[in-house]
Design a protein around this ligand. Structure first.
Ligand code: GDP
Ligand code: MG
Ligand code: ZN
Length: 299
């Protein structure tokens, strides 16, 4: 038998520095360690592993990622991968804290860029809704919008259904109720996260474990405490337009196929905005994101 023969497939369901938990092909959780400096495992990674001397197995490879959710580090020089192989990105907002629609648009761009299904979740709906004209506009564009309340317990079944068969994550501004929703969707969550942090603590890591939960209804939900409020990286101009389906649709009629809808003549996007078909607020968001993309590409 060669080394290769011993390799088995697994799915990273918890990641904390060089250690974590993977699910083997029989669905059994196993503690793993990563010895190679070249490998950085995140939740959602498909892995190859080998049995070790103890119960702990060794990760020897990470399969190519279908996609990755990335954020800028605080110095804005590097990007950090938070989770991999996501099929659903649920962006949570609420009446309070008041939505920063630009942040929401940025998450929607990240979803499009990753090829993940976007979902807008309006939490705290028992206290009222944030600007309904914005929500209606998102619906008109084609985004699903789901009203829920972690407090009152409404809409949670519908939310769980959206996760069924998916690997999803809840993102959004701090204070919108992501933790509250996770606790509602996955009973016993807090205990799980705490015990993992204990069992994998090597004494010097300050990072918090990210965990993938199985939902009772069949889906999977990645929870990465402390990094749920990040701003995702959008680094290509194409990715920006992908997050604005209404702009992409109108762009088919622009005079220039490479029109960026800024100052180009005979721009159908501008025309559609003047006709009230594209929200000026969304257009401004598009321009702002395009500018930031250019700034990060040149600096
Ligand atoms: N009224 C109301 N408050 C909520 C609801 N969900 C969460 N909260 C409150 O909003 C605050 C922030 O919630 P949290 O889950 O920590 O938000 P996170 O920062 O997005 O994880 C807490 O005080 C929660 O009790 C809800 O559905 N309705
Ligand atoms: Mg939280
Ligand atoms: Zn144009």
């Amino acid at each position: 038998m060669t080394e290769k023969d011993l390799q088995q497939p697994g799915l990273a369901i918890a990641a904390h520095g060089r250690r974590g938990i993977l699910e083997d092909s029989a669905g059994r959780p196993r503690s793993y360690v990563v010895r190679s400096r070249q490998l950085r495992v995140v939740c959602g990674d498909r892995l190859s592993w080998q049995p070790g001397q103890s119960d702990e197995v060794t990760v020897v490879g990470i399969d190519n990622r279908r996609n990755a959710l990335r954020r800028l580090d605080t110095g804005r020089h590097h990007t950090e991968i938070l989770a991999a192989n996501l099929s659903l990105l649920a962006v949570v907002c609420a009446r309070l804290p008041a939505p920063d629609w630009f942040v929401l648009d940025r998450y929607l761009c990240a979803a499009a860029d990753m090829g993940a299904t976007p979902l807008i979740v309006v939490n705290k709906s028992e206290t009222g809704l944030p600007a309904t004209e914005e929500l209606e506009n998102y619906q008109r564009i084609g985004y699903p919008v789901l009203q829920v309340s972690a407090l009152a317990g409404t809409g949670l079944k519908a939310l769980a259904e959206q996760f069924s068969g998916q690997t999803g994550i809840l993102v959004g501004q701090s204070g919108v109720g992501k933790t509250s929703l996770i606790n509602r969707l996955v009973p016993g969550t807090e205990a799980d996260t705490a015990s993992l942090s204990r069992s994998t603590d090597e004494g010097k890591h300050t990072t918090t474990a990210s965990v993938m939960h199985r939902l009772p209804g069949g889906g999977r939900l990645i929870d990465a405490p402390g990094v749920r409020d990040f701003l995702p990286v959008i680094d290509a101009q194409d990715a920006v337009q992908g997050g604005f389906p209404e702009i992409s649709a109108a762009a088919l009629n622009c005079r220039f196929t490479n029109c960026r809808h800024l100052r180009e003549p005979q721009c159908a996007v501008k025309t559609a905005m003047e006709a009230g078909e594209i929200s000026p607020r969304r257009y401004e968001s598009y321009r702002r994101m395009l500018r930031q993309t250019q700034a990060s590409a040149s600096g």
